[in-house]
Design a protein around this ligand. Structure first.
Ligand code: GLC
Length: 541
């Protein structure tokens, strides 16, 4: 009998986790927006792909000022997506197929439509309602200047001034993202208690874990100093403050009290790997996204350095690493790897950056083999298994991502990786919505070539490659450590147990190590050599 994957208590150490961006997955009710019933109907597709868990981006009631990362009510499903009963049914159906669910928790801020913030705006300065946020008088003689010059993660100021009931200008409030996302005050006991209750609410409904949004930003220096030019570790006024670890220790205790224990996955963007690893100590989060690896260029030296640093930092705390090629915030790999600069940086996003999609696709195939072979968890962002490129020519008036507008229109924003999936058929909406319905973002006509339906029967497609690789990955020894093999400098070659993965990042064909079989390859092996930008899995003698 095949073992039930749900019996595996260590699943989070080696899982393949598929990120569902709900708005763009599948629209069942014909309003042009993806929904939970759409996901439920497509669960067999996800089972056949071979994933262990689904991470859902926020599905809560939200005005969608930031795609749902502006939560108005953490216990209610947004009506565009469905309702709580539908969410419970989805979690249960997925479990029935052996697939676990991770929900997104957004603790740094709420929507300006959340009842707490509405109450705070209606209450006077100094009131208990305002104490749950960061309200502050302005600087300067008449309070007309913002309290600090902190810069928003989306660009622009982090403070917005309120208006008093009599129409006069009032206090300012802090928002590290948009003004529609006021930051909570994590020094306030009610803020902590509320989130602990939200965690239990979802854990009680059978979800296997949570993804913690903006996890390194919650705690602020209450003195509100300016950001120093080169802050020492722990001294930035709002990033990676030492007080955060208490929050996650409390959450870990809550998660551990469940049977089976629930898991915490952190969105922790930090350059300092040692500081990053502190979040993964045994009584804090289970795992966190490896953005260092994700942002590296397609260069052997760079990727190897990131892999080595990642493995060392995680070994130090006993946590499994994660491997991430993309998500709903960054440029799709097929597009990025076809550019002159193959690294990722938010600040570098511009319209009209040339790309060679054929080259990018080839590299993205190789990158899929590379990441799936590394020890730890693998994240797959919806649509990457179809090899979707970034959509870089969205009509400007259709772009909803606030990053675009807040950059003064210079940054294209993140909608190019959020375009609704093409499922079937020859023209939009490609089975995403019922025929005749226009999806919330327009899909390129060229996606007729990339539908899941078409790729499912093409053995050379990206979808077939992903299915094959994820099926093989199940048979790997998850505990086998990585051992580098001798290889030319532009080739990454490593073994794990009796399998080897070789990736050629150089311009010339590369010889393969001695092997008994080729398990899977991202491109044709001509004359027993690995072509540039290809990867292969081998069975070792
Ligand atoms: C995280 C999310 C991103 C969101 C931001 C603010 O970075 O991944 O999509 O805009 O947090 O919540």
């Amino acid at each position: 009998m095949t073992p039930n994957p749900l019996d595996d208590a260590a699943w989070w150490r080696h899982a393949v986790i598929y990120q569902v961006y709900v708005r763009s997955f599948a629209d069942s009710d014909g309003d042009g927006v993806g929904d939970l019933a759409g996901v439920r109907a497509r669960l067999p597709y996800l089972r056949d792909l071979g994933v262990d868990a689904l991470w859902f981006t926020p599905w809560y009631a939200s005005p969608m000022a930031d795609g749902g990362y502006d939560v108005a009510d953490y216990r209610r499903i947004d009506p565009a997506f469905g309702d709580l009963a539908e969410a419970e049914a989805l979690v249960a159906d997925a479990l029935g197929l052996g697939i676990r669910t991770i929900v997104d928790v957004v603790p740094n801020h709420v929507s300006d439509q959340h009842e707490w913030f509405r109450a705070a705006l209606a209450a006077p300065p100094g009131s208990p309602e305002r104490a749950r946020f960061w309200f502050h008088p302005g600087a300067g003689p008449d309070g007309a200047e913002r309290p600090t010059h902190w810069v928003s993660s989306f660009g622009g100021p982090t403070w917005t001034r309120t208006t008093n009931p009599d129409g006069t200008p009032g206090e300012w409030y802090l928002h590290l993202f948009t003004p529609q996302q006021p930051d909570l005050n994590w020094d306030h006991p009610e803020v902590r208690a509320e989130h602990e209750s939200v965690l239990r609410f979802w854990f009680d409904r059978g979800v296997a874990g949570i993804r913690i949004d903006s996890a390194a930003l919650l705690v602020k220096d209450p003195a509100l100093p300016e950001v120093p030019a080169a802050p020492a570790p722990g001294e930035h006024p709002f990033i990676d403050r030492d007080g955060l670890h208490d929050v996650y220790r409390t959450w870990r205790a809550i998660a551990d009290a469940y049977t089976p224990p629930r898991v915490l996955v952190g969105e922790v963007w930090l350059d300092d790997v040692e500081r990053f690893a502190r979040y993964l100590r045994p009584d804090e989060m289970h795992t966190a996204f490896n953005f260092d690896f994700m942002a590296r260029p397609w260069e052997a030296k760079d990727l190897r350095e990131s892999i080595d640093q990642t493995l060392a930092a995680h070994a130090g705390v006993g946590a499994p690493p994660t491997w991430v090629l993309s998500n709903h915030d960054v440029t799709r790999p097929v597009t990025r790897y076809g550019r002159a600069d193959t690294g990722f940086a938010f600040a570098a996003k511009r319209f009209g950056t040339p790309t060679d999609l054929a080259l990018g696709r080839r590299r993205a195939r190789a990158a899929a083999l590379l990441t799936a072979a590394l020890p730890g968890c693998l994240y797959v962002y919806q649509g990457d298994e179809l090899g979707l490129p970034e959509v870089e020519d969205l009509p400007l008036d259709r772009i909803q991502d606030p990053m675009h507008e807040r950059s003064g229109g210079v940054d294209p924003g993140r909608d190019g990786c959020r375009v609704p999936l093409p499922w079937s058929g020859d023209r939009p909406p490609f089975g995403f919505s019922p025929d005749g319905v226009e999806p919330w973002l327009p899909q390129p006509a060229a996606w007729a070539e990339l539908t899941a339906e078409r790729q499912a029967t093409d053995p050379g497609s990206m979808l077939s490659l992903y299915r094959q690789v994820l099926a093989l990955r199940r048979r790997l020894d998850h505990d086998a450590p990585l051992r580098w093999l001798d290889a030319p400098p532009e080739v990454l070659a490593f073994a794990r147990g009796s399998m080897a993965c070789v990736v050629n990042l150089g311009p010339a064909p590369a010889p393969l190590p001695e092997h008994t079989a080729v398990l899977v390859s991202s491109g044709p092996l001509a004359g027993g050599e690995l072509q540039p930008d290809d990867a292969v899995w081998l069975a070792l003698p």
